[in-house]
Design a protein around this ligand. Structure first.
Ligand code: ADP
Ligand code: MG
Length: 227
């Protein structure tokens, strides 16, 4: 079964003179274990697509199924819970809670769900991300690369259907960016974690297995580059 199935997805902003078709009838699907890049120039609709498949915004029309569940018909509360449990989001500027430690930020999806913490699982992730010596630090006490590793931990903690990363290396120098890409690759290869990366950087895209190219709200190319 596809972990993500997008069918005829359209998003229109504004109306009249101000109308923008940010996504124009987009369809594609992603199977478990795929490592996919979504590329395209600024304004091509990448972030709009991310917001629809991440359940952050509602499309104008069309369907988004995550592990077979239609998310576009869920109400806001339902969607917030579904998203927290099934989609791991990673952002360019990390979006960590500044008053929470590394461990607390990573466990945030559990805290929000009122779930008991699973120390073994937490330690496994903290260790895999090389954050053991930073477990009690606040985001402001860490480098950009370390903060992004914390956000990867938060994204992975619930074994999501897929990880969705919007320009995850966009705010990092190239060496640190490579470390972040290596961690995403590692999670893909070691845990068969499905990963979607949104990027405008061809060098990043070429490290994945499949590149979906967008232009003016359309998919103009979709190609497997590694197998
Ligand atoms: P990308 O992430 O590829 O740079 P976006 O998805 O942000 O592209 O934007 C796609 C198009 O939709 C652009 O023309 C942009 O100006 C427009 N757009 C994005 N968000 C909004 C919004 N909230 N209101 C109106 N237009 C928007
Ligand atoms: Mg964008």
């Amino acid at each position: 079964m596809a972990v993500l199935e997008v069918s005829n997805l359209t998003k229109v902003y504004g109306e009249g003179e101000a109308k923008v078709v940010a996504l124009n009838n987009v369809s594609f699907s992603v199977e478990k274990g795929e490592f996919v890049a979504i590329v395209g120039a600024s304004g091509s609709g990448k972030s709009t697509l991310m917001n629809q498949i991440g359940g952050i915004d509602n499309p104008t029309s069309g369907s988004v199924k995550i592990e077979g569940k239609e998310i576009t018909s869920m109400d806001e509360d339902e969607l917030a819970i579904f998203r927290r449990r099934n989609v791991g989001m990673i952002y360019q500027f990390y979006n960590l809670i500044p008053t929470l430690t590394t461990e607390e930020n990573i466990m945030l999806p559990w805290l929000l769900d009122g779930r008991k913490e699973n120390r073994d699982k937490l330690n496994e992730i903290v260790n895999a991300l090389g954050l053991n010596t930073r477990a009690k630090h606040l985001p402001g006490e860490m480098s950009g690369g370390q903060q992004q590793r914390v956000s990867i931990g938060r994204a992975l903690i619930n074994n999501p259907a897929f990880v969705l990363a919007d320009e995850p290396t966009g705010n990092l120098d190239s060496k640190t960016g490579k470390e972040i890409m290596d961690l995403l690759k590692y999670s893909n290869q070691m845990f068969n974690q499905t990963v979607l990366i949104i990027t405008h950087d061809d060098k990043i895209a070429l490290q994945t297995d499949r590149i979906i190219t967008m232009r003016d709200g359309n998919i103009i190319n979709d190609e497997v580059i590694k197998k």
